[in-house]
Write a protein that binds this ligand. Structure first.
Ligand code: NAD
Length: 352
């Protein structure tokens, strides 16, 4: 066995259908008396329901979270936080809403309680991003990680079918790269493999029965595991590709992850056969890149960058941006190989 370091961070997780009703207890434990509930505009009504559960511990709902946390949105939210004397944020939503809460925490050190409604996993990570002048600045700081996470599968019943599938694939991407992360260890590898297994098993069920609460719970369980490894380990070429394509070409986050994952796995496959074997085992298929592609085909998710709005003339610039920043990855990130990968992904060609 290889030498390793395993460090765990305190993150309280409360899991189960209806668990949002335990929020007052969670706020009590954190000493939050003036909570601001954060949502996107689309989830404002859900925010009001959560605020009602909090009674006089809620000072209101702020429903202006949007993708990629624009700096002006974060500043406006901070002004509201100061004006209302807020002492904690309740993020009800996906990665965009949790992202806004993190931007507030970065400035104010206020505690966050997260109620995730997608499978993106941001609630389990110390990673934040703020977009200023079309550039997304990202960082890592455990002060922005939510202090408590309440996983209530009932909140995911409304997740649209397409986003259910792509968000689940987004989660699996974290776990896949965790299995070859340079700082990985046997415990996080167990979580990663189990996260892939849970999602690969349950997404086909959810495709056929999106209202199956039991299945929704299993998907959220998988998302929790995948988010945990994302938060603790260094990600590789796949996350670099998706960060570049999402941030610089404004492609939808979960869909970019979905399209790129088989290609990123094919890029690394020859150098990390052990990780590939574990991914394949978790998928119940013969090979990791092809297996991930087959899973996606069965789920009806997008297969090409072209389908999700990538301009072909942007592929050269994307390749330049991907090779520009240092990212740990089993295989060196070489421009010609990355450009070829992007071309294949653009057309949805067979990975590898
Ligand atoms: P999202 O939060 O942007 O949500 C997408 C849309 O779906 C929104 O309109 C939202 O209101 C809606 N929605 C979410 N849950 C719903 C539900 N249950 N029912 C109905 N509608 C629902 O999507 P996302 O994929 O969760 O997050 C993407 C963002 O999160 C990106 O900006 C990405 O960079 C960031 N992210 C950050 C981390 C991290 O660790 N910092 C991890 C993953 C993603």
């Amino acid at each position: 066995m290889e030498p390793f370091v395993h460090e765990t961070r305190a993150a309280r997780v409360v899991f189960g259908p209806g668990s949002r009703r335990l929020l007052p207890r969670e706020l009590e434990q954190l000493g939050i008396r003036r909570a601001l509930v954060l949502t996107t505009p689309e989830q404002a009504a859900l925010g009001e329901q959560v605020a009602a559960l909090l009674g006089d511990r809620s000072v209101g709902v702020y429903s202006k979270a949007v993708m990629h946390v624009p700096a002006e949105v974060a500043r406006a939210a901070m002004a509201t936080v100061a004006q209302l004397g807020v002492d904690g944020c309740i993020a009800v939503g996906g990665g965009s809403t949790v992202g806004l809460a993190k931007a507030i925490a970065l400035e104010s050190a206020l505690p966050i309680v997260a109620l995730p409604t997608t499978y993106a996993g941001s609630e389990m990570t110390p990673l934040y991003g703020i977009t200023e002048a079309a550039h997304k600045k990202t960082g890592r700081d455990w002060r922005v990680a939510p202090r408590a996470v309440v996983y209530d599968p009932e909140l995911t019943l409304t997740l649209p079918p397409g986003l259910t599938m792509t968000s689940g694939m987004n989660a699996m991407a974290h776990a896949a790269e965790a299995l070859y992360a340079p700082d990985g260890n046997p415990v996080f590898s167990l979580m990663a493999e189990e996260g892939i297994r849970a999602l690969a098993t349950v997404l086909p069920r959810l495709r056929d029965a999106p209202q199956d609460l039991q299945a929704r719970g299993e998907a959220l369980y998988g998302a929790w595991l995948c988010g945990t490894v994302l938060g603790n380990l260094q990600m590789g070429v796949h996350h670099k590709l998706c960060h570049t394509l999402g941030g610089s070409f404004n492609l939808p986050h979960a869909e970019v992850h979905t399209v790129m994952l088989p290609y990123a796995l094919a890029y690394n496959a020859a150098l990390v056969p052990h990780a590939m074997a574990r991914i394949a085992r978790a998928l119940g298929r013969e090979a990791a890149p092809a297996g991930m592609r087959q899973l996606g085909e069965g789920l009806g998710v997008p297969r090409s960058l072209r389908e999700i709005g990538m301009p072909e003339e942007g592929l050269d610039r994307a390749a330049d941006l991907v090779v520009a920043g240092a990212y740990p990855n089993p295989r060196p990130i070489e421009r010609a190989a990355i450009r070829a990968l992007l071309q294949r992904a653009y057309h949805g060609a067979t990975p590898g």
